[in-house]
Ligand binder design. Structure first.
Ligand code: IPD
Length: 257
């Protein structure tokens, strides 16, 4: 395993600190509030983001987080944080949530860390240096499995929910369609080969900035629904093994404007 860069080490420390906080919070009593975009927030999303920001302040990069927005330091590199991906699961005591920290430069994800505190699983990757789960390298198998599993996620807007319904209608007979309610962990499952592809619309950059590097380094294509390289100016995301992505582009490409 190649040694982790200082940036990646810092992100792992930040993710594990926040993860320890979430692990405790998960078994406590708390309430969730509805935000203006209809998604949920708890005190633990906010506390975890504060902890991550304090840790990442040791680096010179700007920080964009789900709960506190952009702290612009004029750097071309931006930490992109989801302190608690899967807030609805967390607040309903469904044990599927994670901390997600990516480092973006333009349209590229330079590194990503996703920490699942309940399983103590840390997924991480750095551009050109491979993807790992704890210390184990992740590399997808290029051959298609007989019954391919795909995740479909969407944001909270009505248009995205309708798109999810339409994709399911088109794909459910030929693919095993799943939705775990946490984009970050779904991307990790694709990177380790437990699932074959992931599709979303309306997710925010913080939902997938870290996962983007992890799936790419595990050997997945990461593109839009037309199969073009993904760009930060829209939220149509498709990733997975090349052959499946190619088939999905054929089946749902026309749904992306
Ligand atoms: C949510 C999850 C979910 C996705 C939503 C996100 P949050 O993140 O990633 O899978 O479908 O669009 O908002 O709000 O729990 O951090």
């Amino acid at each position: 395993m190649t040694p982790l860069s200082a940036d990646l080490q810092l992100a792992v420390i930040a993710a594990k600190r926040a993860g320890a906080l979430l692990r405790k919070g998960y078994s406590s009593t708390f309430t969730a509030q509805v935000k203006s975009d209809n998604s949920l927030v708890t005190e633990f999303d906010q506390q975890a983001e504060r902890l991550i920001r304090e840790t990442l302040a040791a680096s010179p990069y700007s920080i964009l987080g789900e709960e506190e927005g952009l702290h612009d330091l004029g750097s071309s590199r931006v930490w992109v944080i989801d302190p608690l991906d899967g807030t609805t699961n967390f607040s309903r005591k469904l044990p599927l949530f994670a901390v997600s920290i990516g480092l973006m430069q333009g349209n590229e994800s330079l590194l990503g860390v996703i920490y699942d505190p309940l399983r103590d699983e840390c997924f991480y990757a750095e551009k050109g240096r491979g993807a790992y789960k704890n210390e184990e390298p992740l590399r997808i198998d290029a051959h298609a499995s007989p019954q391919a599993v795909i995740f479909i996620e969407c944001g909270c807007a009505d248009q995205d929910k309708l798109l999810l319904a339409e994709q399911t209608r088109r794909l459910a007979l030929d693919y095993d369609v799943r939705l775990l309610g946490t984009t970050a962990l779904e991307l990790c499952r694709v990177a380790e080969g437990a699932a074959d592809a992931f599709i979303s619309s309306g997710d925010h950059l913080w939902d997938f900035a870290a996962g983007m590097c992890i799936v790419q380094e595990a050997g997945c294509v990461f593109c839009d629904w037309h199969g073009r390289p993904w760009r930060t100016d829209h939220s149509f995301v498709l990733t997975g093994r090349y052959a499946i992505v190619k088939d999905l582009v054929r089946r749902i490409g026309d749904l992306q404007p």
